[in-house]
Design a binder for this molecule. Structure first.
Ligand code: PLP
Length: 410
């Protein structure tokens, strides 16, 4: 109660903006994931790894737009790329050089990508990949995993949501090789695709066990199913994403977030023999349209992002910075003896408040820490997600750890 009262007192402008928003957006919201009790902050601007809310409170941004904002805010490099593309005329009603340049770069980076197609979000990319897998294999069933997230409209029977995908699927426990083997033994001939995140992001940053992912590779191949890695979040784990880091190459890959250089983006691709079914010159061509699929602003921003920010050295340094932060957080939690933990991979991680492995999350305790961290000027997701962006340096990390220690004591 005290924390919430402090929060209200600090953020009258955010509360007022939410009231205004409620008149025109349901609950004042247009992205469910941004909702937080008693109301979410309304952020007015950002620069590098710093953001400012409408009340003038400053924060170090430890969320980095749920992993999409890896570049930090207001990058002059991306601004110039977008302005240049804009000056050449956007929405040119045809193909443009930019889309070729971005596609070439992505195919060169990801071992599984021989061909790809662009979309406008990770959600769309996954929808298209599933459609392609089902039509190419002429099979119906999809295998997904509990705690997985593949986009807002793809709901796989959590028993709560009123919407569910309109096709046959199995939702199995993640990192459970025996369950996957049992599913393939029973339904292998009906399985079109396995859709899996190499690390479950929205599910709480649960890294995929390499042996589990390798088993999915083996089972899919043995039964003629298409293995799809959803690398919408994990693409940053190396130049070739988590798949290159793990040395496990799927048949298809879906991408989003970082490769739009900060703008709306999605892509799906894979082996040529699968993706070439989208060749419009074919008699049996699969359809895939979308007004903004190749929009030049996104394509240009993506090319600039890859060329200026997403090289091997920068991504490895970011990965190691994240691993280092996870180690230091674990040490702080151990010292205080409070029931907090961190899980993740590289620079994407989730704080948990729970008394042991497998224990349920204590949401109240986690939100208390969240409030205490906001009071100290550090911003991350209410559900505990932290995603470091490239501008977050040792100074910010040190400040964050000190604030965590103080927050835990408070
Ligand atoms: N897949 C994963 C693993 C994601 O984390 C997300 C978004 O957070 C999506 C798909 C959906 O992407 P988008 O929000 O661009 O539709």
């Amino acid at each position: 109660q005290v924390a919430i009262a402090c929060y209200r007192a600090r953020n009258p402008g955010s509360a007022e903006m939410l009231e205004r928003a409620r008149q025109v957006l349901p609950g004042g919201n247009t992205r469910s994931s941004l909702w937080a009790n008693p109301f979410p902050l309304c952020i007015a601007s950002g620069q590098g790894c710093h953001i400012r809310d409408v009340d003038g409170n400053d924060y170090v941004d430890m969320l980095g737009e749920f992993t999409a904002g890896i570049f930090g805010h207001s990058s002059p490099v991306l601004a110039e790329a977008i302005a240049t593309a804009h000056a050449r005329g956007i929405n040119l009603s045809s193909h443009t050089p930019y889309e070729v340049e971005l596609a070439e770069r992505l195919c060169a980076r990801f071992p599984s990508l021989e061909r790809l197609r662009f979309a406008n979000s990770g959600t769309e990319a996954n929808l298209m990949a599933l459609m392609a897998a089902r039509l190419v294999t002429k099979r119906d069933r999809i295998v997904v995993f509990r705690g997985g997230y593949h986009g807002g409209v793809l709901t796989f029977g959590d028993g709560v949501s009123p919407v569910d995908v309109p096709f046959d699927y199995a939702c199995l426990p993640y990192n459970d090789i025996a369950a996957a083997e049992a599913e393939f033994a029973q339904s292998g001939a009906r399985i079109a695709a396995v859709l899996v995140e190499p690390m479950q992001g929205a599910g709480g940053c649960v890294p995929g066990d390499p042996a589990f992912l390798a088993a999915l590779r083996r089972l899919s191949e043995a039964h003629g199913a298409i293995l799809i890695f959803d690398e919408v979040q994990t693409a940053r784990m190396s130049v070739g994403g988590a798949q290159a880091r793990l040395g496990i190459i799927p048949d298809m890959t879906t991408l989003g977030k970082i490769f739009g250089g900060g703008l709306a983006f999605g892509a799906f691709g894979g082996r040529a023999e699968i993706m070439d079914r989208f060749d419009p010159a074919r008699a049996d061509a699969l359809p895939h349209a979308g007004t903004f699929n190749n929009n030049s602003l996104t394509m240009a921003a993506g090319v600039a992002a890859i060329d200026h920010y997403l090289g091997a050295e920068a991504l490895e340094a970011l990965f190691q910075r994240g691993e280092d932060l996870q180690r230091r957080l674990t040490a702080v939690f151990a010292e205080t003896g409070l029931p907090f933990a961190v899980t993740g991979m590289g620079a994407i991680m989730n704080l948990h408040a729970r008394s042991g492995e497998g224990a349920a999350t204590d949401r109240k305790l986690l939100s208390l820490l969240h409030f205490r961290m906001q009071e100290r000027g550090y911003y991350f997701a209410a559900r505990g997600l932290i995603a470091l962006s490239l501008p977050v340096g040792e100074n910010e990390i040190r400040g964050f750890l000190t604030a965590i220690e103080q927050g835990l004591q408070a």
